[in-house]
Design a protein around this ligand. Structure first.
Ligand SMILES: [Zn+2]
Length: 489
């Protein structure tokens, strides 16, 4: 493939030319949610970031297998292997079976992702469905001497691993430093070192989710699932592993150690991390009472929100920042994003109505090159969006008769605009998202098909009649090169 996509690799700390291990196939693994509550803004950012990566890789012609897991067991409240399992605790509070709770929040997560126009991953494995694979990995690590059993639990031996490999190479931390920063926590005496981490935890008698093993009735440590499932579906070494920056340490650091300890090789070539979201300049957190669920955004149902914001506004807003920069949410910024997106969507609708001239008065290829140059530069979506705004400005000028465009350029412009807006950035008009899959939408598809057939038979009387009658109902059809979309005024 004759493009130069550069991706910032958190492991090498530099931008590298992306070359798949086995082109045209690309293996992509992203840490999915721990499903014990409603999806919030913090879930939206990695989902959108890696959705754009998934879409762009496909646009470039790669065949991508995208694995995004569901954590439904083993994620304890405390990073140091203590505290209750998040899913079990919430299930107890809501008086549900843990798997009932998991199902509820998986459904809700999917609904929110659909609203944000996020493509489903190719495989969405659950941690609880891969206990055998995780146990096999533990056995491998034990056999190679990088783990030890203690009172029915199995811990990863960081010091032993460090004799041969380097624990901390992703986060840049070293064990001496970690030792100095670690406070001994109650219940940690099973571990040889406070920074050793659990591969298998013996279950408390009250713990509902547990499985038999030679070590104890227990459950796998949180970090293990991603190593086990990544290897199962993408191979011992695959192309890209993504996730939020908050997962870099200890989660991803532990994943690297586990995979090397089990298989002797790094399981990931390129590590990508999206930065965090702040709200009015503050870190998001349950204790700060500024945690906003996605559904609260869509309904305007939160004390920090002046009103509701459409999912597409949230998506656009997040993409206005490069994924490695922080994003600060405020009502003001969201309202500005809403206006900006509207301007782009209306420009897109205008393209089909523009008149052509013998000459173009502007340089289209410059806009196209700048846009793809930005996307190839570590998915620099803000610069790509700035170029779309430049294209929108010109589209409006052509419409006003102040600039001109040739017929081939107009075709090129339509193709470019739709590819970047719809296929790559996943930005579509809100009505197209909302109407996915309902009766109204199905009926509209039938009407649009009938009108297309009429036009193909050059029966413009009928096609115009359909358009005008819909107009009377305040339903507007937009003809684009990609097909016809519709919108309620
Ligand atoms: Zn993970």
């Amino acid at each position: 493939m004759d493009h130069k996509l550069f991706i910032y690799n958190s492991l090498s700390r530099k931008k590298e030319n992306f070359i798949p291990i086995n082109s045209p196939y690309v293996g992509l693994y992203v840490c999915g949610p721990t499903v014990y509550g409603e999806a919030h803004l913090g879930h939206a950012r990695p989902a959108i970031t890696f959705d754009v990566l998934f879409r762009y890789l496909k646009y470039l012609g790669y065949k991508v297998r995208y694995v995004r897991n569901i954590t439904d067991v083993g994620h304890l409240e405390n990073d140091a292997d203590s505290g209750e399992d998040k899913v079990v605790k919430k299930a107890r509070l809501e008086q549900l079976e843990p798997m009932e709770l998991v199902q509820r929040y998986v459904n809700s997560y999917h609904e929110n992702m659909l609203k944000l126009n996020i493509l489903p991953p190719s495989i969405e494995p659950h941690a609880s469905g891969h206990i055998i694979e995780q146990q096999q990995m533990i056995r491998k690590i034990l056999k190679r001497g990088f783990a030890y059993e203690s009172n029915g639990s199995v811990y990863f031996d960081v010091n032993k691993y460090n004799e041969k490999y380097q624990y901390g190479k992703l986060s840049g931390r070293n064990t001496e430093e970690m030792m100095a920063n670690t406070r001994e926590l109650a219940g940690q005496d099973e571990k040889r070192n406070p920074f050793d981490f659990a591969l298998w935890k013996k279950a408390d008698p009250v713990h509902i989710m547990h499985w038999p093993s030679e070590w104890s009735e227990g459950f796998p440590g949180w970090h293990l699932e991603c190593s086990a499932m990544g290897t199962k579906y993408l191979g011992e070494t695959f192309d890209i592993h993504g996730g939020g920056m908050d997962l870099l340490f200890p989660h991803h650091e532990c994943e690297i150690a586990q995979s090397i300890a089990a298989n002797g090789v790094d399981h990931v070539k390129t590590w990508m991390h999206n930065n965090m979201i702040t709200i009015n300049g503050q870190k998001m957190g349950k204790s700060l009472n500024n945690f906003i669920n996605l559904s609260e955004f869509f309904e305007g149902n939160h004390h920090l929100l002046e009103r509701a914001y459409c999912p597409m506004t949230i998506r656009f807003f997040i993409l206005q920042a490069q994924y490695r920069s922080t994003v600060d949410f405020s009502n003001e910024a969201l309202q500005a994003a809403e206006k900006g997106l509207k301007r782009l969507l209306s420009a897109g609708e205008l393209i089909g109505k523009l008149k052509t001239s013998p000459a173009s008065t502007f340089n289209l290829s410059e806009i196209i090159n700048e846009t793809f140059g930005a996307l190839n530069d570590d998915l620099n979506t803000p610069i790509a969006i700035a170029q779309l705004f430049e294209a929108a400005r010109i589209i409006n000028l052509i419409n006003d008769g102040k600039e001109t465009i040739t017929k081939p350029d107009l075709l090129e412009l339509g193709k470019f605009f739709n590819s970047v807006m719809i296929d790559i950035l996943g930005l579509i008009s809100e009505s197209n998202v909302e109407n996915k899959g309902n009766l109204e939408s199905e009926l509209m598809n039938i009407i649009i098909d009938l009108r297309l057939q009429a036009r193909q038979k050059k029966d413009f009387q009928t096609s115009d009649l359909i358009r005008d009658r819909l107009n009377n109902l305040n339903v507007r059809l937009n003809d684009t090169k990609e097909g016809t979309t519709w919108e309620k005024e």
